[in-house]
Write a protein that binds this ligand. Structure first.
Ligand code: AMP
Length: 407
């Protein structure tokens, strides 16, 4: 009798404050077997959508799911219905997205009590995300205590940033006492896209310098030198940097004192203003780039100004990162806006010929799910659209770590 094949499936769990996203992947070929989303956890109208890719079954339900524990149990039940349950011997590991790994976690890490304690210790710098991530991990560990569980950190890819980029110019003792520094986020996406861009150019990641523009509802840029991140636009929290769907990005910190002293606003009110009511939605009332483009086509000046502010900031970062890197081989657009909004790509690069950046109109207009070049053959710097795949990256990193563990 031939021996049972080594387990090769990885369940990726992304536990947010009121949601759980998941994907089950077969790491022999990266194929997705099932995926789903539980939303509005803790409300009466929680929503659950589960898709089994192998059978094509889609199951949706609405009804109260009180907490993350109940959500994960529901996920386990749905997977079981498709014979893909957590008890399957083919499951090699569970990979958890963890938003903040501070300076401690520079790579994916098999979770034990010490790791849990450290993720907990980091809650003050990620008060919205790390608690939800922890609940997801603890519940999954209770469901399968024997299975390796791996934390893949959003911040890890950025831990290679030099101190000159990672430190704010504030009093060092204060910064160190409160662990105030630039950590960066979207790290799995920047890692995946910078590698995939090198691939697209037919070169090794260690041979190329890439600027990655992750433009989704949250947005961040990174400068990746020979496969290592040397600068990124998000900081202590995901609020710094580019104009985003609902976040302001860069701001004179004195705006906050002004709102407190003159506007009489509380810390929480300002937090909500800058994280939820700013960016594109604050500027024009919409945070969906499709809607903004539609309004611009109808001559809406407010939408046009919002778009111009978004592009202006993006250009500043592209220029700055060209200066940080010195030599740039490629600029890669990714995430919802970067992958789909040709107008954003065109406007972001317009007028940057001096930096070697150009976009070919016909190539830019092509819609595709594949990584592709949109710069003309004569362009000195490759401009690319490279769809991101954070779940695949988390699964790949998880499997790379536990492959030996299971062998
Ligand atoms: P993400 O956070 O990566 O899922 O990106 C979500 C955002 O992508 C949405 O808020 C939209 O602004 C944008 N988006 C998605 N599809 C399109 C599209 N076809 N054209 C322009 N923007 C899009």
């Amino acid at each position: 009798m031939s021996p049972a094949p080594a387990p090769a499936r990885v369940l990726v769990l992304n536990s947010g404050s009121s949601s759980v996203k998941y994907q089950l992947l077969d790491m022999r070929d990266g194929e997705r077997l099932a995926m789903g989303l539980v939303e509005r956890i803790g409300e009466e109208t929680s929503r659950f959508k589960h898709t089994c890719v192998t059978t094509g079954a889609v199951r949706e339900s609405t009804g109260p799911i009180p907490d993350h524990e109940a959500a994960l149990k529901a996920v386990a039940e749905e997977l079981s219905k498709d014979q893909l349950g957590l008890d399957s011997p083919e499951l090699a590991a569970i990979g958890h997205r963890v938003v903040h790994g501070g300076q401690t976690f520079t790579a994916p890490t098999v979770i034990d009590d010490a790791v849990l304690a450290e993720i907990e210790r980091l809650i003050p710098v990620a008060p919205l995300h790390n608690p939800a991530n922890l609940v997801g991990i603890r519940t999954a560990m209770a469901l399968r205590p024997d299975l390796p569980q791996v934390a893949v950190f959003d911040t890890a890819f950025h831990t290679t940033m030099p101190e000159s980029a990672a430190r704010y110019a504030i009093d060092v003792a204060t910064a160190d006492a409160y662990r105030i520094r630039r950590y960066g986020f979207h790290g799995t996406s920047h890692a995946y896209v910078s590698r995939a861009t090198a691939n697209l150019l037919g070169r090794a990641p260690e041979d190329v310098n890439v600027i990655v523009l992750h433009l989704g509802n949250g947005a961040s840029a990174s400068a990746v030198e020979k496969g290592r991140c040397v600068e990124t636009s998000m900081g202590l929290t995901p609020l710094e940097g580019l104009v985003m769907g609902t976040r302001s990005g860069d701001l004179d910190p004195a705006v906050i004192f002004h709102l407190m002293r003159v506007g009489g606003m509380s810390t929480d009110e300002i937090d909500t203003l800058l994280n939820k009511k700013s960016g594109l939605i604050g500027l024009c009332g919409d945070n969906d780039m499709r809607e903004i483009r539609r309004r611009i086509d109808e001559g809406d000046e407010q939408a046009e100004l919002a778009f111009d502010i978004y592009i202006h900031r993006l250009k500043k970062y592209i220029g700055a990162y060209c200066a940080v890197l010195g030599k740039v081989d490629a600029v890669a657009f990714t995430a919802g806006v970067g992958e789909n909004a040709s107008a954003v790509r065109e406007a972001a690069v317009a007028g940057l010929e001096l930096l070697g950046l150009e976009v070919d109109g016909a190539l830019n207009a092509v819609r595709s799910d594949e990584p592709r070049l949109i710069s003309p053959a004569s362009g000195r710097v490759a401009v690319a659209v490279v769809p991101t795949d954070e779940e695949l990256e988390i699964a790949t990193q998880t499997y790379a770590l536990v492959g030996n563990y299971n062998a």
